[in-house]
Ligand binder design. Structure first.
Ligand SMILES: Cc1cc2nc3c(=O)[nH]c(=O)nc-3n(C[C@H](O)[C@H](O)[C@H](O)COP(=O)(O)O)c2cc1C
Length: 325
């Protein structure tokens, strides 16, 4: 047990969340994270329709009785049946919804909260965090420049962003972006966050549906092996620096028609990576924290080692006289 406002709010043991991951946020991984005492998130955008999401939630439910969350994507690229996804989440007894994306979750909040669901909205700037709080969310996830996927336009590091968000908000802040071990957890809690989220760490666990060869490759990468694409279309995303990313960066220098670029950044190419095991098939969101990852454990082993590292790091702080009791 590691108690914070977030663990109390969500009824979980450790303030550690697996954040939404397109194609990868599936039942086995979410259930394993939750069963280990964190909060696992099933990504609704993985599915074409509500029935598939329902089946996935039920599959996860067969694996754990602990709280589970569902991610609702509010990115604008693909039309998604989010109202139906929310119906299913409510019908299946989901107690936590993580929304993420450029749009505000405002239209869904009243209904979710009336049903007793805790709403967490994920953002990459303090101003969006403040808007989410004003819209009535229960907690805000704030993801810094080091993180995988959409990192916003401002290039503010997690260290500065989290502290600024904590100072600006009353609701609990969940810190993300570059947190991949227990040292990162202690740092985030020291900044005033009530919990952390991790994508890259949980992407590199046994239960994740990425092919084993891709996960082994990721576990050998360094903190310098990611890059930022899509700056030219004002939608920057941090991805692993593979051939697909390098090709997109080259294209961006020549300012091709947007449709041409979009066909290369299509997440369907990423989906192809899952089937073929070809790590260059498409882009793969990946944070700088990949340089801190050296193994492919089970999600339970990952959570347990993060918690024991955090305890060891806190003991070191106590030895230095930083903790008084
Ligand atoms: C493979 C992968 C896919 C992701 N897909 C999504 C997504 O669909 N929607 C979203 O909001 N964030 C997505 N993210 C970002 C994570 O939710 C989270 O913000 C990020 O991983 C945090 O940084 P970290 O990787 O350093 O832990 C993805 C991350 C990864 C690694």
């Amino acid at each position: 047990m590691l108690s914070t406002e977030l663990t109390e709010m969500l009824g979980i043991e450790y303030p550690i969340m697996e954040s939404g991951m397109l194609w990868l946020g599936r039942a086995e991984l979410a259930a394993a994270v939750s069963d280990a005492g964190g909060l696992g998130i099933i990504g609704s955008a993985n599915f074409a329709g509500a029935q598939e999401l329902r089946d996935e939630i039920r599959k996860a439910r067969d694996l754990t009785e602990k709280p589970l969350g569902v991610n609702i994507s509010l990115f604008t690229q693909r039309p998604l049946p989010n109202d139906e996804f929310i119906d299913v989440a409510l019908e299946e007894g989901i107690r936590v919804v993580e929304s993420s994306g450029a749009r505000s979750p405002e239209q869904y909040i009243a209904r979710l909260r009336q049903s007793g669901v805790k709403v967490i909205h994920k953002v990459a700037t303090v101003r969006h965090a403040v808007k989410a709080e004003q819209a009535g969310v229960d907690a805000v996830s704030v993801v810094g420049f080091e993180g995988a996927g959409h990192i916003g336009m401002d290039d503010v590091s997690t260290l500065v962003l989290i502290r600024s968000a904590v100072a600006a908000l009353r609701v609990p802040v969940i810190a993300g972006g570059g947190i991949a071990d227990g040292h990162g957890v202690v740092a985030a809690l020291a900044l005033g966050a009530q919990g952390v989220l991790m994508g890259t760490r949980f992407m590199t666990t046994r239960e994740c549906v990425l092919p084993a060869a891709v996960k082994d490759w990721l576990a050998g990468l360094r903190e310098t092996d990611t890059t930022i694409i899509q700056r030219s279309i004002k939608n920057p995303a941090r991805v692993v620096a593979n051939e697909a990313a390098r090709r997109i960066l080259e294209m961006e220098h020549t300012a091709p028609p947007v449709e041409e670029l979009v066909s290369f950044i299509s997440t369907l190419r990423t989906r192809e990576m899952l089937d073929s095991g070809d790590r260059n098939a498409g882009i793969l969101a990946c944070g700088q924290g990949v340089g801190l990852i050296r193994n492919v454990p089970t999600a339970r082993e990952a959570v347990e080692s993060i918690v024991s590292e955090a305890r060891a790091a806190a003991s070191k702080l106590a030895e230095m006289g930083l903790l008084s009791n």
